[in-house]
Design a protein around this ligand. Structure first.
Ligand code: HEC
Ligand code: HEC
Length: 246
């Protein structure tokens, strides 16, 4: 992909520029260290791209650039911050995705931008992986607390998926790893936040059986059967019978 096409992709992800009033900072008319963006980029155009980066990643300029406070004192040409180097790798990745791979799909295609993946996060980690990492490093209570904290902070935004699905998937993943107590907790967390549904209740019942809570399991299975569509009940009943078999 030509560098100018890359610029179009990066600008798509950015918010139209407002006059910048950050302590009278002026975007340079002669940037000194441009390696991936078009050589000709300067001034407001450069500003649009950079502010696009901050929005896409939910960070400020100092995430990638050396300096703090007043932008006029930053050394923007410096490559000392690893994140700046990584951002260049990302720009080249966008060039390949949009210019080579998506181009193969033909004329009318979507353009991938930083926001497509980052969704306002510096590292675009899905919520289930954030919670599993919290579990591994600090235990179940920490994982639950992490979920509540993220939900409070990000609910209604696009950073994390709080709809039904990720917690149930994580509960099922725990059960596959034979971590049944943790599976029960994540599935209960799903129900507490998003209500009951057949898949979650069946997974919960299965994990309860495995962790020795037969009564709990029966209650979960009964609820699943009660809300399942009629045409699925026989199949679910079979599945439940199999799971409850000693
Ligand atoms: C995600 C990382 C990232 C963020 C956040 C970011 N930049 Fe950049 N910036 C870069 C990269 C990468 C380049 C070099 C692009 C290239 O080599 O094509 C660059 C280049 C620049 C340059 C040109 C420097 C020169 O002389 O070569 C300026 C000025 C600049 N950024 C200002 C800003 C400002 C102001 C902000 C905050 C509003 C900001 N940047 C946020 C990654 C970032
Ligand atoms: C196809 C998805 C995707 C797109 C598009 C994408 N990124 Fe990334 N980016 C990632 C992933 C995944 C990681 C995390 C890699 C890791 O740390 O394991 C990452 C990591 C980064 C990091 C390093 C974060 C850190 O703190 O270590 C920076 C900086 C970054 N991306 C900037 C950008 C910028 C700027 C763009 C747009 C020009 C962009 N990314 C587009 C997926 C993407």
């Amino acid at each position: 992909m030509r560098r100018s096409l890359l610029l179009a992709a990066v600008l798509l992800g950015s918010i139209p520029s407002l006059a910048l009033a950050q302590g009278g900072f002026r975007w340079p008319d002669n940037p000194k260290n441009i390696k991936v963006l078009p050589d000709s980029i300067r001034g407001q155009r450069l500003g649009q791209v950079m502010r696009g980066f901050t929005g896409a990643l939910g960070v400020r300029c100092d995430h990638c650039h050396v300096g703090q406070g007043d932008l006029n004192t930053f050394d923007f040409a410096s490559d000392d911050k690893p994140a700046k180097q990584k951002a260049r790798v990302m720009l080249k990745m966008l060039q390949a995705i949009n210019g080579t791979h998506l181009a193969e799909l033909g004329e009318k295609r979507l353009t991938v931008t930083c926001t497509t993946c980052h969704r306002g996060l510096a590292r675009p980690v899905p919520i289930e992986d954030v919670l599993e990492a919290a579990l591994d490093s600090a235990g179940m209570d920490a994982a639950t607390a992490k979920y509540d904290e993220l939900r409070k902070r990000y609910y209604g935004g696009f950073a994390y998926n709080f709809a039904r699905g990720p917690l149930t998937g994580l509960g099922e993943r725990m059960a596959q790893k034979q971590k049944f107590a943790e599976a029960v907790k994540f599935l209960q967390l799903e129900i507490a936040n998003n209500g009951e549904d057949v898949r979650t209740l069946l997974a919960l019942g299965g994990a309860q059986v495995q962790s020795g809570d037969k009564d709990g399991a029966k209650a979960s299975f009964d609820k699943a059967l009660a809300i399942a569509p009629d045409n699925m009940k026989p199949m679910i009943q079979q599945q439940v019978d199999r799971m409850l078999k000693p």
